[in-house]
Design a protein. Structure first.
Lengths: 122, 110
């Protein structure tokens, strides 16, 4: 059964860093692009970043470009999001979701994790 | 900045049919936008319904269907049921990397 499990969230002060992880199982992780999507409290979904199946292509939302970095380790079936220079407006639940195929133009597909909450507050 | 438009709210009677739309503030939605649809109830993770305009995700009932209509992507629910009451989000690919979600439609079944 396909599963995505996010971890690494917590409370952090503005300007500090945090690294999120997403552990995948139940499918061939190395064959698919993977996305990060977030949802601020009481708000809608916001796409954050995507990485191609082999890590060769990465794209970011304008709101996080230059501060966040997406990466993956296919040997560990894991996805990561390094978040630097965090802002109050980055407070959200962060979800990972695999793409429907290998490239970054493949939409979020299949099961989503339950998410991990990041709270940026002084 | 790309703006993806969705109806803020919609209402449907049990057993009825409803079509939710997903558009662009400037331009039309086409197949190259890979429009996809997600269902979310409060406190839960999103659930993928439709991807790439019209491909139904595994396990999704066939009363959910996706299409293009009038320059927009559309999600049609036929035979609406009480547990279809949820928030529905669309996402569009705009080329060269970024994806953009719409603001979501809150569907009420009553």
């Amino acid at each position: 059964q396909e599963q995505m499990v996010e971890s690494g969230g917590g409370v952090v002060q503005p300007g500090r860093s945090l690294r999120l992880s997403c552990a995948a199982s139940g499918f061939s992780f190395s064959s698919y692009a993977v996305h990060w999507v977030r949802q601020a409290p009481g708000k809608g979904l916001e796409w954050v970043a995507v990485i191609s199946y082999d890590g060769g292509f990465k794209y970011y939302a304008f709101s996080v470009e230059g501060r966040f970095a997406i990466s993956r380790d296919n040997s560990k079936n894991s996805l990561y999001l390094q978040m630097d220079s965090l802002r109050v407006e980055d407070t959200a639940v962060y979800f990972c979701s695999r793409g429907s195929c290998e490239s970054t133009n493949c939409p979020m597909y299949g099961s989503w994790g339950q998410g991990t909450l990041v709270t940026v507050s002084s | 900045q790309t703006v993806v438009t969705q109806e803020p709210s919609f209402s449907v009677s049990p057993g009825g049919t409803v079509t939710l739309t997903c558009g662009l503030d400037s331009g039309s939605v086409s197949g190259i936008n890979y429009a996809s649809w997600y269902q979310q109830t409060p406190g839960q993770a999103p659930r993928t319904l439709i991807h790439s305009t019209s491909t139904r995700s595994s396990g999704v009932p066939d009363r959910f269907s996706g299409s293009l209509f009038g320059g927009k992507a559309a999600l049609t629910i036929t035979g609406a049921q009480a547990d279809d009451e949820s928030d529905y989000y669309c996402v569009l690919y705009m080329g060269s990397g970024p994806w953009f979600f719409g603001g979501g439609t809150k569907l009420t079944v009553l």
